[in-house]
Ligand binder design. Structure first.
Ligand code: ATP
Ligand code: MG
Length: 703
């Protein structure tokens, strides 16, 4: 990234922002208007023209990646090998401060920072010391502690009270402090405490950094806002840049209102608006503006582009997620054939689990891709765990898989026990038959073997998969290990894997576990190192980036916007900002896609309604391929097996009658014994689990 420092390369508003270096400045501007570029130029200008010592400049960015890129840009503008100012994230800046000053807070300066794994171990220790036996696993408790420490609202599990959590936090904090430890939250909170309580320390830093610049200001949280506020008390120049329309971290406590608060809170704020977008074509910008204008209470921004050329603008609706992915892969191939670089193409989705169909389609066509800021679907921990169970069922001599699953959930079976087991047979699984009754965990090993044997005898169909989840209690295991968004995302992945099983069964002539596993090995075996690759990522990970061609996929109600966001206006507004971010990543070509059905959670394929956001864009700018967002497709042509019709989520009930054979997603096959409440409830006798009373629309009629 080589860039010459030349102010004539800036437009007049940008130049004004770069030249204004006294007092407080807010650069408030839409996407792609050069906000980040202004910060880089400003740093160069301060050093080159105003001869500000590099060490007196502090620039804060949102991610380490962004900080690294900013540093490179500044070094290139200044023709330097190394820039000595501070360009860093909030966390790394705070760590630097605390390394010098933590003794004021009673720590010694060689305090250690504990990562999230360490923190969970400490929670465990603390709960033990307090003689508290909680239902929740330490990892879950740590998630709650972190939310509390940051003053974030969080809903508590029923058996935990606020008082109890506060007691645990006190003990946890004491433990950290007594052992000279800080967790990630402490880095920010301790620095803030120091700035609040110790004037001389604050004075030192405030005078050391008379020039402070903050990128992506709309995503700062309350703690970060106050850090900046205190640090800038004597500053010569404080410059914050941001775009309220791109605030997408509300769920992590960010306050986009910090932008308007800044104007009220700080003295004589000069506001500069950038109105020219250099990134996107005029058409793309119109689409983005049209969507975001549906958010109430926002200050309308002018944003124009001089890029009049027309790129490709396509809306595609598939009947199934597989069709959607096929369309995307085909278009990606066409773009590449016409000279587009792989790295200039991005597939953006709302949540990680959505990557699977696209990965499958790219692998099938040999299109190199990378999952940015995430892990490829088949390499995700929970998928590898489930695969290991399946592999072991398929081949009980597979010791690698045996070792992976034997401690899921944790049973304290260590290397030693496994070594001992191996002495009975080279196949660990076979060895279970040979161990004596006094062998450690004897009963468990026997039960484990029976579970696997039961699965071995079951036919490979969806019931098989559900049986596996039930027998291994894998979802409960996840619930004990993870918390909040991470837990949700992992469970979503499991159900997405279930969809993969289902799709395979529908495709295959003679479905078998072995063939299924073979197809998976092919899908997960791709060339990792290929440099030029199509980018797959969540929209959150795409913040601040740009690509020539962008596909925003999975545009369906319940996916994007997410189901959780339906319940509040703020929720939908944040989703809308998210799609604004997604669309504004595109320079030239924009593809918006959705599927009219999708496997969702543990339910069957359901009809999906196209995202409401598709109704908020000027549709006439797009060519429409596949289903239009406004048409009702004929589902009978879907390539599902004849056994299963797609269930309609809007129909509510499923018109079952006594004697019907039905399939339930978890309980398998059964017979309807009676229909209650006009069909909204049914009593079913299942072959496998006996009689259950169920809501009618959770069932599918066997035809
Ligand atoms: P976002 O809101 O997405 O973070 P931004 O406002 O930070 O966007 P930049 O990333 O700084 O925008 O700039 C967008 C693109 O426009 C970049 O490719 C940048 O190099 C280019 N650009 C910005 N200003 C100019 C200019 N005056 N002349 C030419 N190109 C420019
Ligand atoms: Mg930017």
């Amino acid at each position: 990234m080589s860039e010459d420092f030349d102010l004539s390369l800036l437009n007049s508003a940008q130049k004004e922002a770069v030249l204004y270096n006294n007092g407080n400045l807010l650069v408030s501007a839409g996407a792609g208007s050069g906000k980040t570029r202004v910060i880089a130029y400003k740093i160069a200008y301060l050093v080159k023209e105003l001869l500000v010592p590099q060490q007196n400049i502090l620039a804060v960015t949102f991610t380490n990646k962004a900080a690294g890129e900013m540093k490179e840009r500044v070094e290139s503008l200044l023709e330097l090998n190394y820039f000595f100012g501070q360009i860093s994230t909030f966390h790394s800046f705070c760590l630097r401060v605390l390394r010098k000053e933590a003794h004021y807070l009673g720590y010694s300066l060689d305090f250690a920072v504990c990562d999230s794994y360490d923190s969970v171990q400490i929670v465990k220790e603390v709960l033990k010391n307090m003689r508290l036996r909680l239902k929740e696993k330490p990892k879950v408790v740590h998630g709650i502690i972190s939310a509390y420490k940051n003053g974030r609202k969080t809903s508590l599990p029923k058996d935990l009270s606020s008082d109890l959590i506060n007691n645990v936090i006190e003990e946890y904090n004491n433990y950290l402090k007594n052992n000279n430890l800080m967790d990630f939250d402490d880095l920010l909170l301790n620095t803030l405490q120091l700035f609040r309580e110790n004037d001389s320390v604050l004075d030192y830093y405030a005078s050391n950094y008379p020039f402070i610049l903050v990128d992506e200001f709309q995503d700062t949280n309350t703690v970060q806002y106050e850090l900046i506020k205190r640090l800038s008390k004597n500053s010569i120049h404080l410059c914050v840049v941001g775009d309220e329309d791109q605030s997408i971290y509300g769920w992590r406590g960010a306050e986009y209102k910090n932008v308007s608060r800044f104007i009220e809170d700080f003295e004589d704020v000069k506001i500069i608006k950038l109105e020219k977008n250099y990134r996107s074509t005029r058409e793309i910008l119109k689409v983005a503006n049209s969507v975001i204008s549906n958010n109430p209470d926002r200050i309308e921004k002018k944003l124009f582009s001089e890029r009049e050329e027309k790129g490709e603008m396509v809306i595609f609706g598939g009947l199934t997620p597989g069709e959607e992915a096929e369309f995307v892969a085909e278009r990606v191939e066409e773009l590449i054939e016409s000279g587009e670089l792989h790295s200039e193409i991005a597939i953006l989705y709302r949540a990680n689990y959505l990557s699977r169909h696209f990965e499958d389609a790219f692998v099938k066509r040999g299109i190199p891709y990378r999952v940015v800021g995430g892990i490829r679907f088949y390499e995700r921990r929970e998928i590898k765990d489930i695969l290991a169970f399946l592999r072991l069922v398929n081949n009980t001599h597979d010791n690698v898989s045996f070792k992976r699953v034997i401690n899921l959930p944790k049973r304290g079976i260590g290397e030693k026990t496994l070594d001992k087991l191996e002495q009975y047979s080279t196949s660990l699984f076979e060895a279970i038959d040979l161990i004596p009754e006094n062998f450690p965990k004897f009963k468990f090993f026997k039960a484990f073997k029976e579970t696997i044997n039961n699965l071995k005898q079951a036919e490979f169909d969806l019931n098989f998969f559900d049986l596996l989840l039930e027998e291994t209690q894998y979802i409960d295991f996840l619930k004990s290990e993870y918390f909040g968004h991470e837990l949700e995302s992992r469970i979503e992945n499991i159900y997405e894997f279930r969809n993969a099983v289902k799709e395979y069964i529908q495709r295959a002539e003679n479905p078998s576990l072995k063939e299924f596993l073979d197809s998976i090995s092919l899908a997960s075996d791709t060339d990792e190192i290929s440099k030029d690759a199509v980018n797959l990522m969540t929209i959150h990970a795409a913040k601040g980036l740009e690509f020539n061609s962008v596909f925003v996929v999975g545009l369906e109600e319940g996916v994007f916007p997410t189901g959780q966001s339906f319940s509040s206006l703020e929720g939908i507004e944040e989703e809308r900002r998210l799609i604004y971010v997604a669309i504004t990543r595109a320079k030239t070509n924009l593809f918006l896609t959705f599927s009219r059905s999708r496997g969702f959670g543990d339910r069957y394929f359901e009809k999906r309604t196209p995202s409401r956001f598709l109704k908020e864009i000027p549709i006439e700018k797009f060519s429409i391929s596949g289903f239009s967002p406004f048409s009702s497709p004929d589902y009978s042509s879907a390539s599902y097996s004849s056994k299963e019709k797609i269930i309609d989520d809007s129909e509510g009930e499923n018109k079952l009658s006594k004697g019907d054979t039905v399939i339930h997603s978890r309980y398998g096959e059964g017979t309807v014994m009676n229909v209650l409440d006009g069909g909204s409830k049914v009593i079913v006798k299942f072959k496998r689990v006996g009689i259950k009373i169920l809501k009618g629309n959770t069932l599918k009629k066997e035809e």
